[in-house]
Design a protein around this ligand. Sequence first.
Ligand SMILES: [Cu+2]
Length: 168
Amino acid sequence: MVSVRVVVPIVVVVLAVVGVFLLAGDTGRTGTTTPATTTPQRTETQTPTPTPTPTRTQAIVSLTLYMNDYGYNASRGGPTIKAFVGDLIRIRLIGNGSGPIVHDFVLDEKSPSPYNVRSERLSRGREQTIEFIANHAGVFKYYCSVAPPAGLSHRDRGQEGTIEILPR
Ligand SMILES: [Cu+2]
């Protein structure tokens, strides 16, 4: 175990020195910085060797949905969410049902869709942020899966919306 303690700092120092000489900027392995894919020091160092272009920055489709009785940001239905394949979809869900009524956000085989996204069931004032990658192109329905023992399900009351994932 002693050797590990000694080796790790040496590796860190070596990597840091190598990184300085190469001016390549991949010092993410030192553990002090996150392994970001960007090379922000490029403008300062003017590396002579061509650096491969980083992969395309991932688009983030972000929105907030208030989960009302019985719609998303609405009393019925919900906004159409539009994204491209590969986008990260980040949805902040805020429970806004009345009384004990809870709501959720589901995009699954019953949508129908190839996705398997399901939030918690949130009561008024509670929130959860969900994230998923838009891996499958298509037009699908997201919906609330809550259904009381008797009467109409929330979806039957109109609590659903459309999500469109376009191919790039
Ligand atoms: Cu609901």
